[in-house]
Design a protein around this ligand. Structure first.
Ligand code: DX5
Ligand code: ZN
Length: 554
């Protein structure tokens, strides 16, 4: 089974936009804490939680308890995407008579717990989990807590109770975003260590200062520390938590409040404030333009691919791009599914398998079983029938579906029916076959054409730029519309993989900020540009935005 990476990713993206829409219409609400848990919610709803939106009271269902109830827009947006109610109902958030209030309420079918007063969700969850045990039901309880609410004494009473009664059908998830309503958690009531200054990144950098896990451990809990925005880590942690018997488990998920919208990130102001309507289209564009870096390991030492995978892990890559060549579709041979199977235990980072092979329909099953999370096949060796089969196999195995086109290939007519659900389109910017080639400039122009076709056909996936991507052209590839970037020689071919990936991300951040400023200008001229820039008060972002606006003459 694959990770279901793209389904979760796409839904987290949609959910964030729905939160922005709903809170801006309501004129109030909590986007910050909805965004810090966006990936957590995505993994719970679209991978692990067993539920039936048509039968919310199904007795054997799992239960999701949102203890940090103020983040209800983040819950409701996922419930809408999961089919509990129509997405349009989110527009009634916080209105009199609506089922969707500022805190979850049982009058909304599917809501398991009335959040509002903080610090109570864990106690409720323990009762629910124990009841399921007594009744002999398979129900599992997932409880999402805020870090600020764990200042409450009741949380620690519950912590003791859960370990006394060995409540192992409960998984708690601590959304550790370091911010509560009034300020930084470490200023109000330190859970790790007291924060000196306002620079949260200090806390992130130094793992020796993370103490909150030790507190839970001392209460008898199984503690799993993760990056709470990494889908693969959340998924893996939930799996591990569910396998652990005889003790309760908590996932300490380090997150960023407001994650996904730069001016909201790490800023306590956005705990409980709605964005103004004039900014919504810009924020939507920002949410839609998150990017992934995918190093291609064939650009490294082919005799030690294990080490190349480790370099990707240390470099904080988003995916690991695996170029499979069969010596037929392309002249070279690299490796096949047996190698991928060997590499799989080394990391949980998604495997982005690019099959440059003939007759992929005959081999896809092997690559699913080897542990790929995304599989891309070439349009040149497929037709509607074989791609349809591939598509069905991948979907049934929760593996992302990708289609690749060579530099001289256009999107074939048969592919159109698959575009709305396609997860990834690889637009080759070199003739496939080896790494280290030069980027074909005509790709930029091709991308503009493609974007039009994709939009017409309701594409919701991600374009991956593959071949000759470097620090010099990644910005323009981003502007073209690519959101995943393969890097062979420019990343794996370099000594300092982590440093290069960081530089890649900086280049993308610059291009993205520029794009957003241009959008602001388009919508409201210099005045809106100035207002947009003023929202950015944390970190060095503001200076760069001012610089960009100057360059653009705004
Ligand atoms: C080309 C492969 C690419 C390539 C990337 O056939 O699909 O993934 O190895 O390497 P660079 O970035 O060096 O072109
Ligand atoms: Zn590739």
């Amino acid at each position: 089974m694959g990770l279901n990476y793209y389904r979760i990713k796409k839904n987290a993206r949609k959910a964030r936009k729905l939160v922005i829409r709903a809170t801006s219409i309501a004129g109030s609400g909590h986007p910050g804490g909805s965004f810090s848990m966006a990936e957590i919610m995505g993994c719970i709803f679209f991978k692990h939680l067993r539920y039936d939106p048509k039968n919310p009271q199904w007795e054997d269902r799992d239960k999701l308890v949102l203890s940090k109830g103020h983040a209800s827009p983040g819950l409701f947006s996922n419930m809408a995407l999961a089919g509990y109610f129509d997405i349009s109902e989110l527009d009634t958030l916080r209105q009199l008579g609506s089922r969707l209030q500022g805190h979850p309420d049982l009058k909304c079918p599917g809501v398991e717990f009335c959040g509002g007063s903080l610090g109570i969700g864990l106690s409720f969850s323990i009762g629910s989990a124990l009841a399921a045990r007594i009744d002999g039901r398979p129900t599992r309880v997932f409880t999402v807590m805020g870090d600020g609410e764990t200042d409450e004494g009741q949380v620690w009473e519950a912590a003791m109770t859960a370990s006394k009664y060995k409540v192992d059908n409960l998984t708690a998830i601590l959304d550790r975003n370091f911010i509560q309503q009034d300020s930084y958690t470490e200023k109000i009531m330190p859970l790790d260590e007291e924060l000196v200054g306002d620079d949260l990144s200090e806390m992130w950098r130094d793992a020796s200062r993370w103490k909150v896990g030790d507190k839970w451990r001392s209460f008898g809990w199984n503690v799993i520390d993760i990056d709470g925005h990494r889908i693969e880590q959340i998924d893996n942690a939930i799996k591990k938590a569910m396998q652990t018997k005889g003790v309760p488990s908590i996932i300490v998920a380090r997150t960023i409040k407001g994650k996904g919208v730069e001016h909201m990130e790490d800023n306590p102001k956005w705990h409980g404030q709605a964005p103004k309507k004039e900014f919504v289209p810009i924020i939507d564009m920002e949410i839609d333009s998150q990017s992934m870096i995918a190093p291609s390991i064939i650009a490294g030492d082919m005799t030690n691919l294990e080490n190349e995978v480790k370099r990707c892990v240390n470099g904080r890559a988003d995916y690991i791009h695996l170029d499979v060549m069969d010596g037929q579709f392309v002249p070279n041979k690299t490796f096949d599914h047996t190698k991928i199977k060997e590499l799989r235990p080394l990391t949980v980072i998604p495997f982005d398998t690019h099959l440059m092979i003939n007759e992929p329909v005959r081999h896809v099953r092997d690559y699913i079983e080897a542990g790929s999370d995304i599989i891309t096949v070439h349009a040149e060796v497929c037709d509607a029938s074989s791609f349809g089969q591939i598509n069905d196999m991948l979907r049934a195995s929760e593996v992302g579906v990708g289609l690749a086109i060579n530099p001289d290939t256009e999107l074939p007519e048969w592919s159109k029916e698959f575009i709305p659900t396609l997860d990834q389109l690889i637009v080759m910017s070199v003739v496939p076959g080896k790494s280290g080639q030069k980027y074909i400039e005509a790709t930029h122009e091709k991308m503009h054409r493609l974007i039009g076709i994709l939009q017409e056909n309701k594409f919701e996936g991600y374009i991956e730029a593959d071949g000759g991507v470097t620090l010099d052209n990644i910005g323009s590839c981003f502007v073209d519309g690519a959101r995943a970037f393969v890097g062979g020689s420019a990343i794996i071919g370099q000594q300092d993989v982590r440093g290069v990936i960081r530089e890649f991300r900086n280049k993308i951040a610059y291009a993205r900020r520029r794009m957003l400023i241009q959008k602001a200008y388009e919508l409201g001229g210099k005045e809106l540009v100035a207002k947009w820039i003023d929202l950015h008060i944390i970190g060095e972002k503001k200076n760069q935005l001012l610089q960009i606006a100057k360059e653009l003459g705004y």
